[in-house]
Structures are given as C-alpha cells and as structure tokens.
Design a protein around this ligand. Structure first.
Ligand SMILES: Cc1ncc(COP(=O)(O)O)c(C=O)c1O
Length: 450
C-alpha cells in the first residue's frame, strides 16, 4: 500500500494512544514497515535508530533470530491455550525461570498481558491478602507524587500525574501521596547533598498515621519513568523497604519500565538488595516482542489465598490471554539471552559510554538537568536554567525536538519537555554515538529559537 493511502486511512480510522489527535491529523505520520537490530525502517525505506526501544520494550533488538525462532517454534505447536483450568510448558518454564532470577524470596508468578494489568493484580492481591487474613481494615494504598503505573482504573488510582489522571478523579479509589524523590525540583525545597532523604521522613509519617488502614505502598524502584525519568537518590529504595516492614505495609515494586536490564541489572531492586512483596513486570519481559506481563509474589502471600472454596479466599482474576504460549516462549528465550555470560558486562561498558556521551548536553543553555540510570535517560528542557522555569506547554518543545531528531534518522518520544533516550540494550556503540549526537543537534537547534 502506498504512503498516501496509509496516511489517509490512518487519519481517517485510527485513534492513537496518548496522542492529541487534533495535532496528529495535521502532521505527516511516520509509518514503520520493519525493524532490524536497533533500527526501524519507514515505508519509504528510510532508516531510524529506535531511540526509545519502541516504547521501552525492545531489549535485544528487532527481528532477533533467536526470539523469532522461539516464537515460530511455539506457533507450530499452539498459538494459544488457556491457563484457566489448564497449563502449558512455556508458562511453566517461564515461571520457573523468573523465580530463579528474581529477588530472593519471591516464589510465585501470576501472568497477565500489560504493565497496567500486572499493577492491577498486585493491588488486588495486596488488598485481598489482608482481607483473607482477617485484617480487612487494611484497604488503602500509598504512592508517590508523579507516579505512573498504567491506565486501568486501579492503576490510575495510584497514579500521580495530574495531566493524565485528574480528569478521572470521581472514578478512582483514594490513595495517599508521599513526596517524589525528585531532587532537581525537590518538593520539600531541600538541597540533595544536605537533605538526608527528608522525603522518606514524610513517607514515614504517612505510614505511621495510616498503617492500620494501608494495604501497600507502591513505587517504581530507582527511576520514576513516565514522570520524566526521575532518578532516585541512593538508599531511598532500601529505606522505603525497611519502613514498609516496620509499619506492616506491603511493598509493591513496579518494574514494568525498569526491569530486564534497563538500569544495568536484571531487576532494579537488586541494586539495593530489596525484595518487594509484589513485583510487577511487563514491557521487556518478552524482549519487546509480544504483550505479556507478570506479578510475582512471595509464598507467604500465595498461601493466604489457599483454603476451602467456601472460605472464598481464591483470587478470582484472570484475563483471556493470560500467559499466552507464544509470548511465554519469547520470554523464556529473552531470559536465556539475558543470561549470557557477557551480557551485563557489555551493557555496563555501554552505560559508561553513554554517560560520557551525554556530557555536552550539560553545556546547553536550555537543558536543566541530565538524568541517567543505566540505559534510561531524561534530558529536562527548561526556559531558564537559573530559576528552572519550564517552557509553556503550548510550545510543545519536546515534541518539536523529536520531529527535528527524525532528520538525523532518530526515533524518540518525549515526556512533555523531558527528552527520553532508552535504546535497545544491545545497540552497537557506533549507533549509540549517533543517537546521542543527533539528539544533541535536535535539542540545540530547537531550543535556539524556542
Ligand atoms: C512503571 C510503569 N508501570 C506500568 C505501566 C503500564 O504498562 P502498559 O502500558 O503495558 O499497560 C508503564 C507503562 O509505561 C510503566 O512505565
């Protein structure tokens, strides 16, 4: 089909996610035809570096032979069979594989199909865990300011991004907000080198006041992704875990964005030796090939759901495509590829290279902060560096930067005025340099005349 027809039909029939359609219909859509390694190719054959891993999912690159083979192999056996009342080998193998590499203490895997559902399940499990134990006052949740955990109503109820979440207020259950460890714009007005993580004191106060009625505290470990790649100060996660223990509140770690190597270790929680009570994974679980997610939990939580049927302790939750065999087969292969002996040492070298490459951004007049954790980067654009004043949203500066970046053969997607770089973990060094250099040119030229 030619580009003009595709464009016309896109504008006529499609409604794109998280997209102001009014603007979209005025733009020429970039239509992707195929991918290979860290590259995407449009319908005209132009090549782009996939600078955000197709929305933070691609781990080993596109059309990876081993992942393709794993999916094809499973396709020849069965494309789908349910986990409701039946089982299948890819789901069993993957559950075992996940538990072997997950933070110690996690023992059970419950599948679903998106990050949002993995979170939804964690919230419901936490809620019902306490109910099943006869502590049904523990019903509410604590979350961070700027939190993003997905778009279903439960996940939105523990969300903290007003632009996305405020309108649904009347639909949501209440959750209590703890300050975000957003050091660049500290909500408590502290300086990072002297704050002693005062934001955790606020969390502690909240826990102390509400522990009797709180089921769980949910957070994204090490990086608040959709909030603008907000990187946590060291020690925050470990101390948050200790507080949850002290106040008998479950800890839900949402590793949907940070899992599978993104932060330089397989799971972000590893870096502070934390085992959450519930761990949510999605996105990179299949290497970025198919929709699959999982909620991992401890044997203790699992056991609270055992009992005779009349005790109604069962977890009555399950999506039709839960644990789809094709997706599980891809995920098993993903774990195998991540387990190669040199995978993380090579990644760590590239993380250091990325750190070096990002240095010139600090000199740009309109880059307020350069944030990096592993292969997650946020470049926060500001009108004035001194006062940290933001650009007016109607300028759509972040959006303009990503359109400019396409001229350099780069596909990226911003979070407001935070430019995100999150390439596939196997991106070659040369392409990584091109990605950063092209993004630099795009930021420089757009911010020169905002
Ligand atoms: C931390 C986090 N949790 C949950 C989600 C929701 O995942 P999904 O879009 O697969 O529903 C996202 C998506 O970006 C995320 O970043």
């Amino acid at each position: 089909m030619n580009y003009q027809t595709l464009k016309q039909w896109d504008h006529r029939y499609l409604w794109h996610p998280f997209t102001p359609q009014q603007y979209w219909e005025e733009e020429k859509p970039l239509i992707i035809e195929r991918g290979r390694g860290c590259y995407l190719y449009d319908t005209g054959g132009k090549r782009y570096i996939d600078g955000v891993s197709s929305l933070w999912v691609t781990v080993h690159g596109h059309t990876h032979p081993a992942l393709n083979r794993a999916i094809r192999g499973q396709l020849n056996r069965v494309a789908h069979s349910t986990l409701l009342g039946l089982s299948h080998e890819p789901a069993i193998a993957l559950a075992r594989g996940l538990i072997r590499v997950a933070p110690p203490g996690l023992g059970r895997v419950f599948y679903s199909d998106s990050g949002s559902t993995a979170v939804e399940i964690a919230l419901k499990m936490a809620f019902q865990y306490w109910a099943n134990r006869g502590e049904s006052r523990k019903q509410s949740f604590i979350r961070l300011e700027n939190a993003y955990h997905g778009d279903t109503i439960g996940a939105v109820s523990v969300g903290g991004i007003p632009l996305f979440h405020q309108v649904y207020g009347p639909l949501l259950f209440r959750s209590y907000e703890a300050p975000s460890p957003y050091c660049y714009r500290c909500p408590l007005g502290k300086k990072p080198d002297r704050c002693r993580l005062a934001c955790l004191d606020r969390l502690e106060k909240l826990l102390a006041r509400r522990s009797e009625t709180t089921a769980a505290f949910i957070l994204e470990p090490l990086v608040q992704g959709a909030a603008g790649m907000i990187t946590f100060p060291p020690g925050y996660l470990r101390r948050a875990r200790a507080l949850c223990n002290r106040y008998r509140v479950l800890l839900i770690a949402d590793e949907v964005a940070v899992g599978f190597g993104r932060t330089g270790t397989l799971f972000a929680c590893e870096q502070e030796e934390v085992t959450p009570d519930l761990l949510c994974v999605g996105k990179g679980l299949t290497g970025g090939y198919l929709p699959l997610a999982a909620t991992l939990t401890t044997e203790e939580i699992y056991e609270a759901f055992l009992g005779r049927v009349e005790e109604t302790k069962t977890f009555y939750h399950g999506h039709t495509y839960t644990g789809n065999p094709l997706a599980c087969a891809a995920a098993v292969e993903n774990l195998r590829l991540l387990d190669r002996p040199d995978f993380f040492s090579t990644l760590r070298e590239k993380i250091q290279l990325l750190e070096q490459l990002l240095k010139p951004f600090r000199e740009l007049a309109h880059v307020g902060e350069v944030r990096q954790k592993g292969f997650m980067v946020g470049l926060e654009l500001v009108r004035d560096r001194e006062s940290k004043t933001m650009f007016p949203p109607e300028l759509r500066l972040g959006h303009r930067v990503i359109l400019e970046a396409r001229k350099y053969g780069i596909v990226i997607r911003p979070l407001g005025d935070v430019i995100v770089l999150m390439p596939p973990l196997t991106i070659p060094r040369k392409a990584l340099k091109e990605l950063v250099a092209g993004t630099y040119q795009a930021v420089r030229s757009v911010t020169a005349s905002p």
